[in-house]
Design a protein around this ligand. Structure first.
Ligand code: MTE
Length: 329
């Protein structure tokens, strides 16, 4: 398994029964020996380049493998773990890209639970263990695009958020879903900045939240999430700018009216509710037509063209049929 895209946790490191079982089932269905080469082949790259790309210090994190998704595979190199875990936005831990890696060790991730509340018949709270067992964990390689003009390709571990949302019965009034990040006053040095009205809040329309691409994420690179990437549970919405993907979530709330996200409240002229990746709609202060791929391109390398819906148009364009995406940015 060592040449399988990036250094993976050894099977013997993995103790939780459910995790081990899902890995074994996957091996049975995929054929253990074939798996590495098959996935490398899909990527269009020799397997070695992934291993070499992953100069990783992930070893300190507990293994959390997912069954490699057959649907969500990209023909692009995976961003090295080192870059994905050291160039972050997590304003609770500071404004600088290096701050989250430096400061997020103070985040308390256990015990952890997520409340599902609001317009639901039966509100429920899930602890982390229950969340991990709720549906088979998948590994999905997603292209991520930050509103600031950079992008990464990250192998996330999780399952479609819809699996969780189906556990509660939304009432007929539920039209939107709000995601609320944790606030830990003693542990988050960035809270002193008043640039954001804490807690960090994001929102999706109900059909966006139920879309299979929307991932409830508990791991990356075959391991649990590093704190700086939003441990222990976050959202990943790959066709929207990265800020929609709220980190360290403690509550998911069904609501009737379109919620106001933290960024909409902070700078309403620059950040709309939809925030779909759209090369044709510039940010008021810069173009969104191109992007710089972190870890791959040097600062002076030519930029990549940004794709409509970050390349997920086939899956999600129909959600926005008839909407003026220049107005609904
Ligand atoms: N979630 C919380 N709670 N706080 C944040 O500051 N930043 C967002 C998003 N989720 C943020 C957050 C932004 S701006 C981006 S680009 C992504 O997280 C970055 O995710 P990454 O660091 O895992 O790449």
């Amino acid at each position: 398994m060592s040449n399988y895209r990036y250094p993976r946790p050894d099977a013997s490191e993995i103790t939780p029964e459910t995790v081990w079982q899902s890995r074994r089932d996957w091996m049975k269905s995929a054929g253990l020996a074939a798996a590495g080469t098959a996935m490398a082949g899909l990527s269009g790259l020799p397997a070695m380049s992934f291993a070499a790309a992953a100069k990783t210090s992930a070893g300190a994190l507990a293994p959390l493998p997912g069954i490699p998704s057959k649907e969500y595979v990209l023909m692009e190199p995976v961003t090295p773990f080192k870059d994905a875990s050291s160039y972050n936005n997590f304003y609770e831990f500071g404004m600088d890209k290096a701050d989250p890696e430096r400061n997020a060790h103070t985040l308390r991730t256990s015990p952890w639970s997520v409340r599902i509340e609001g317009e639901v018949v039966a509100p429920k709270t899930f602890d982390l263990d229950a969340l991990r067992k709720l549906a088979p964990l998948e590994e999905r390689v997603y292209r991520m695009r930050c509103v600031e003009g950079w992008s990464m390709v990250i192998p996330w571990v999780g399952y479609s958020l819809s699996a969780l949302l189906k556990q509660v019965q939304p009432t007929g009034n539920a039209k939107y879903v709000e995601f609320i990040s944790d606030v830990q006053e003693k542990n988050m040095p960035g809270l002193y900045s008043r640039s954001i009205d804490w807690p960090y809040v994001e929102g999706l329309r109900l059909d966006e939240a139920m879309h299979p691409l929307t991932l409830l994420t508990m791991g990356m690179y075959g391991r649990v999430l590093p704190n700086q990437n939003g441990a222990p549970v976050r959202l990943v919405v790959p066709w929207k700018y990265g800020f929609k993907s709220a980190k360290s979530i403690v509550a998911i709330r069904f609501v009737e009216k379109q919620p106001s996200s933290s960024w909409m409240k902070s700078i309403p002229s620059e950040y709309g509710f939809y925030s779909n990746v759209n090369p044709e709609v510039s940010h008021p202060r810069w173009s969104q037509a191109t992007e710089r791929r972190i870890g791959e391109d040097g600062l002076f390398a030519p930029k990549r063209k940004t794709l409509m819906f970050n390349g997920y148009g086939n899956e999600v364009a129909s959600l926005y049929q008839g909407m003026d995406l220049r107005k609904n940015f």
